[in-house]
Design a protein around this ligand. Structure first.
Ligand code: M6R
Length: 614
């Protein structure tokens, strides 16, 4: 939540920062702002709305600057408006600051500073931190960097900040705690700072992922210096970025979401590349190899996640329990962390997160770690906070996901969970060789089957047209298709703003059935398998109440075809792998409905891709 970018060096800072802000806009788009330092002083421009508004606003302004900081906001304290936008500056205009995170004790600090005569212009916690740094700088007669360090010692909460100052024109000072910050080391003694590596990748591949409570000073003369918040100098750990620039472009698609939906044959294949060989009959996840023995012996595995990643965890629960006979609990990270959960050294906690930065998931993981549990991660973003604090884990290798609505990250998470379940089942001997090999072959065939579904895009668009005016929608599924129903409903509501609910199909008669009338579209995953007959009964119940039925069925299906208003065929596969296929038409339906309703599918209102506040 909130994206920050900064630059200092020989290049013009404005284009670098604006381009970077556009890449980070997925993190929040309530307002955008920039502060530019040149020989005439520090110019600050900020505007409510998207980065393009900021560009319009600055088109006739002085945009020169060898250093600058930029921010795209997801509002926490105070409504989205120009005044609450970042950067925030000190009263004398000497320093300006951008911030991603929340200063929890801002109110107490604000009271103190108000008593000292400070007058606040905005409602934000960030302005409080800016004034605190200014206050310390003046009253203790210390440098900006030292004032930042001392101020952060007083702060409770999460932050990634960058500070620029007129009186210290050769430096940027940056710090982080619980909010991500990446530092790029340029080729010409120039430096980049950003919430993730996407604004940096086209300028340099040498990066430092800053750790919690680290302060970086980048200086045009002295280069990079890294300190702990206790003022101990540290050696920066410089890493090589693997990110490719093309992965950050739309590649001819109208939206990132559509591109990412269409990337799934490739992303699923990338996910199992080198980890599975159906012909030779093996599956191996190198990242968790050393923990597999412990996993097979665990009394239970707890999966923690939020949103779509939580849905992937629910699919994982079916897979682990059915294939490997391991007891699994799936928890919302935000509930788990505040529930005083019973955890000990025998427990294994797996965090699932696309971004690897979700504040609740990170905090839940830290809690589990403090109680002695083994903590593992399934993340997409390489080098993310979760991937760094876990004992071990498996990356999903889906590539950058820019659309706020998660699509390819979900199928990649489910793929990793399937590989894990198969590997554990093999070790435990809970799967026979024939079934194991059949499942490996089926898994290898999934990318091509996903492509077959994507090829039906035009038919799915025609169905979408009929439901673009709906106010409510219901999604039903049984077994591992229940989380797919939840995911389908989440996808529709978050990008089209149509109210949608996912339910286990059999639960419908315990309440939701009251909602069904001729205006209610009901999306049902009714693929062949052990629950098929039961699902047909549920479908009949919907039809009897005149609900509009859109069913995802297995190719060759006749029974549901007869009853449903629309059917979308998906190729036959092993029942454990159905979620990987059934999800695809639901993603496309949501996408088309949202586009038809003129919604911003890549940046839905009120949302942010990376939820780094609790
Ligand atoms: O990065 P994470 O996977 O931890 O994010 C979790 C949720 O915020 C995320 O899945 C969210 O629900 C998406 N908008 C869903 O499309």
């Amino acid at each position: 939540m909130c994206g920050i970018v900064a630059y200092i060096g020989k290049k013009e800072a404005y284009p670098i920062i604006v381009k970077g802000l556009k890449r980070l806009e997925y993190r929040g788009y309530d307002s955008a702002g920039i502060a530019l330092l040149n020989n005439n002083g520090l110019n600050i421009y900020k505007k409510q709305g998207k980065v393009s508004n900021l560009e319009d606003f600055t088109h006739d302004k002085d945009k020169m600057g060898y250093a600058g900081i930029g921010h795209t906001r997801w509002a926490t304290h105070g409504p989205p408006n120009d005044v609450n936008s970042h950067p925030h500056s000190s009263e004398d205009g000497d320093i300006a600051l951008i911030h991603n995170g929340i200063i929890e004790n801002y109110d107490a600090i604000k009271q103190r500073l108000t008593n000292n005569g400070y007058k606040f212009k905005s409602d934000t916690d960030t302005e409080v931190l800016t004034y605190l740094i200014d206050d310390i700088k003046k009253n203790s007669s210390v440098s900006v960097a030292e004032a930042v360090r001392l101020a952060l010692q007083q702060v409770v909460g999460a932050y990634a900040i960058v500070v620029i100052s007129k009186s210290n024109p050769n430096q940027l000072v940056a710090a982080r705690k619980s909010s991500p910050l990446v530092l790029g080391i340029g080729k010409e003694n120039d430096f980049y700072l950003a919430s993730d590596a996407t604004p940096i990748v086209e300028y340099t591949k040498k990066v430092v992922y800053m750790e919690d409570e680290e302060i970086a000073i980048v200086d045009l003369d002295e280069g990079l210096k890294l300190y702990s918040i206790d003022d101990v100098e540290k050696t920066p750990y410089v890493q090589e970025l693997e990110l490719q620039l093309e992965a950050l472009e739309k590649g001819g698609y109208e939206h990132f979401m559509l591109k990412e939906i269409h990337e799934q044959p490739r992303s699923i294949k990338d996910c199992f590349r080198g980890r599975l060989n159906a012909e030779k009959g093996w599956v191996s996840l190198g990242g968790i190899k050393d923990y597999e023995d412990k996993m097979t012996k665990a009394n239970r595995i707890i999966m923690i996640a939020c949103g779509t990643s939580w849905h992937a965890g629910l699919v994982g629960e079916y897979l682990f329990e059915d294939l490997a006979r391991i007891n699994v609990e799936v928890e919302y990270a935000s509930e788990f962390r505040y529930r005083n959960p019973i955890i000990n050294e025998n427990d294994i906690v797996i965090a699932i997160s696309q971004s690897g930065e979700t504040a609740d998931t990170l905090a839940a993981l830290e809690l589990a770690k403090s109680k002695g549990a083994t903590i593992l991660g399934i993340c997409n973003v390489v080098g993310s906070s979760i991937s760094r604090i876990t004992d071990a884990g498996s990356y999903t290798h889906a590539g950058p996901e820019i659309g706020v609505a998660s699509t390819k990250a979900f199928t990649a998470q489910v793929t990793v969970l399937t590989l894990m379940a198969l590997s554990l089942a093999k070790i435990k001997g809970t799967i026979n060789e024939t079934k194991f090999r059949t499942m490996l072959s089926e898994l290898e065939a999934i990318p091509q089957k996903v492509q077959q579904i994507l090829d039906k895009n035009e038919d799915i668009k025609i169905i979408s047209e009929k439901y673009q005016g709906a106010s409510n929608a219901l999604y039903l599924g049984r077994g591992s298709s229940f989380p797919v129903a939840l995911e389908g409903a989440l996808k529709l509501k978050e990008i089209s703003y149509i109210h949608a609910e996912g339910y286990p199909a059999a639960e419908m008669k315990h309440g939701p059935i009251a909602l069904i009338d001729e205006a209610m579209p009901v999306f049902v995953i009714a693929t062949s398998g052990p629950s098929y007959e039961k699902l047909v009964s549920n479908i009949q119940e919907v039809k009897a109440r005149k609900g509009k039925l859109i069913a995802i069925v297995t190719e060759g299906d006749e029974q549901v075809h007869e009853i449903a208003d629309h059917t979308i065929d998906i190729p036959d596969t092993d029942e454990h792998l159905v979620p990987l296929l059934a999800t695809i038409p639901l993603q496309l339906l949501s996408y088309h409905i949202a586009v038809m309703r003129n919604c911003n599918v890549d940046q839905p209102r009120n949302l942010a891709k990376s939820v780094t506040v609790e």
